[in-house]
Design a protein. Structure first.
Ligand SMILES: *[C@@H]1O[C@H](CO)[C@@H](O)[C@H](O)[C@H]1NC(C)=O
Ligand SMILES: *[C@@H]1O[C@H](CO)[C@@H](O)[C@H](O)[C@H]1NC(C)=O
Ligand SMILES: *[C@@H]1O[C@H](CO)[C@@H](O)[C@H](O)[C@H]1NC(C)=O
Length: 484
């Protein structure tokens, strides 16, 4: 017994020593399962971030590629300096989530979230779900999402989906199984969001209000009946956002927009489906909740605002009357926003006092990075053909290492989709089929011979006997086989 105990003791000591030697003291002490957790670190790093370039856009687009591997990045808990917070998170043994569906709503700050996800997926070599059609950058929005709208993933498995798609539970759950995936989305104060949708998408034109002094205000006083708007939607897809745009993106059908019971039920449904509903008005808090939900690092959520309208296009002042009219027209979206504003703050409170401290730290880092990367002044970026949004210009002398990060933060979603398509193509081309699939040696007819093939050969003796079973090939295409 004593011998056994001693053996056991020494085995433990030796195993521990080996662990420390191979995986480093810090890593060993910060991860309970030292060998397994760290084996993948090298593989997980693929931080080639391609340079930013904004491209003209066609506006409607589709699917992306992704890759799944839960074990892919335990790096997080190990590698990082031992700030109080990181030590705490590693104790919680949280490991980064890399299956994320972001339901991108319109004019809610979604482009910035998409950039964050694109960057993360890129530097961690993840697979993006991409729109199937090459010229598209959404998943056939405004149609409800379908699997057939996505470019093939081969056997890579989906990691991230973050371009416009209209919510559809079943195909989305198929690509992103609820258990290991996180579903996230973002909302915005519906008065501001509606104004932004209406003006950015130029809805006044197809609706016939563009010559009014105040197109939005007038439209809200005299909205045409649904039966008149509906046929216009085919030609102007953006008109699908004419009422309750956020709930439309989240998948609720028009016919329920005035039914309180149905809307309330749908809100419960959304609450079940989504792990986090962010709020644009509390963007930094939202990102911090996101970081904690996904077990990411602070640098993963740093951002510059993307796809923001130019100041001159922004409506400077909206009368409270217009606001009230927007509210009355989009009651369901207001219910949505109120509901999730409440759940949002409940989540923030549940995070405790460390949340506010981390928020300060986050804002400091963000300011520092902005100072390091960007020139002051106004610059433009083409959001889609002929429509310009605020852009950024990189400082001339940013150090090389930081430059990659700065550039990737300025890169819009169109450039990323184009870049990911290319990367997926390369990956597929370099994926070789295993030999055994090409030529399986076990697939051999000759291994036994008890059912040997012994064809009857038509020789001189059988011809004319009338007993031959040999059939001639039919001579005409429709002809029956004929016996001689
Ligand atoms: C990215 O991941 C794929 C699949 O896991 C792998 O084959 C490829 O080598 C990785 N690329 C880099 C640069 O790590
Ligand atoms: C409202 O929605 C509920 C739930 O879907 C449904 O049972 C009810 O019939 C609807 N009411 C009207 C007036 O359509
Ligand atoms: C959202 O919730 C916060 C905190 O409860 C509150 O201060 C704010 O007024 C709410 N916003 C809206 C638009 O309801």
């Amino acid at each position: 017994m004593a011998i056994h105990l001693r053996t056991l003791f020494w085995s433990l000591i030796i195993a521990t020593a080996i662990c420390i030697v191979f995986y480093g003291k810090e890593r060993f002490f910060s991860t309970p399962s030292c060998p397994k957790a760290n084996g993948k670190i090298l593989m997980a790093r693929d931080s080639k971030i391609h340079s930013a370039q904004s491209m003209p856009i066609e506006s409607k687009g589709f699917l992306v590629e992704t890759k799944t591997n839960a074990a892919l990045k335990p790096e997080q808990s190990n590698k990082f300096k031992k700030s109080k917070y990181s030590r705490r998170t590693s104790q919680k043994s949280c490991s980064p989530i890399d299956q994320i569906l972001f339901l991108k709503t319109h004019k809610t700050g979604g482009s910035t979230i998409t950039n964050i996800l694109n960057r993360y997926g890129d530097s961690n070599n993840l697979t993006f779900v991409l729109p199937k059609q090459k010229q598209l950058f959404t998943f056939m929005w405004p149609a409800r999402f379908r699997l057939s709208y996505t470019a093939p993933l081969y056997n890579f498995g989906a990691n991230i989906m973050c371009n416009h798609a209209r919510f559809n539970k079943r195909p989305m759950n198929h690509l992103f199984p609820k258990k290991q995936s996180r579903y996230i989305t973002i909302l915005r104060d519906p008065a501001a969001q509606y104004e932004s949708v209406f003006n950015f998408m130029h809805l006044a034109n197809p609706l016939g209000f563009k010559d009014e002094d105040d197109p939005l205000g007038t439209f809200l006083k005299f909205p045409p009946p649904f039966q008149e708007i509906r046929p216009l939607m085919k030609k102007t897809l953006a008109l699908h956002l004419v009422r309750n745009p956020m709930l439309f993106d989240l998948g609720l059908d028009f016919r329920y927009f005035q039914n309180v019971t149905a809307v309330e039920r749908y809100l419960d449904f959304i609450e079940n489906e989504f792990d986090l509903v962010m709020i644009l008005e509390y963007f930094d808090e939202s990102l911090l909740l996101l970081k904690r939900l996904l077990c990411w690092k602070m640098k993963d959520i740093l951002y510059f605002k993307l796809n923001e309208r130019q100041d001159k296009q922004k409506r400077k002042f909206m009368s409270s009357e217009v606001k009230e009219d927007i509210k009355s027209w989009n009651k369901a979206d207001f219910m949505l926003y109120q509901h999730f504003n409440r759940t949002f703050w409940r989540k923030v409170r549940a995070e405790g006092p460390s949340f506010q401290r981390e928020l300060k730290r986050f804002r400091r880092q963000k300011r520092a990075l902005t100072r390091a990367c960007l020139q002051q002044g106004d610059f433009l970026d083409e959001a889609y053909t002929g429509v310009y949004v605020k852009g950024f210009s990189l400082k001339k002398n940013v150090p090389e290492k930081k430059k990659l990060l700065c550039e990737s933060m300025m890169k819009n979603e169109i450039s990323y989709v184009t870049y990911f398509r290319e990367r997926m193509k390369t990956r597929i081309e370099s994926t070789e089929e295993p030999d055994e699939y090409l030529d399986d040696p076990l697939n051999d007819w000759e291994v036994a011979n008890d059912l040997e093939h012994d064809p009857i050969l038509s020789g001189a003796d059988s011809s004319g006997s009338g007993e031959s079973l040999t059939m001639e090939r039919p001579s005409s295409s429709e002809g029956e086989p004929t016996n001689p």
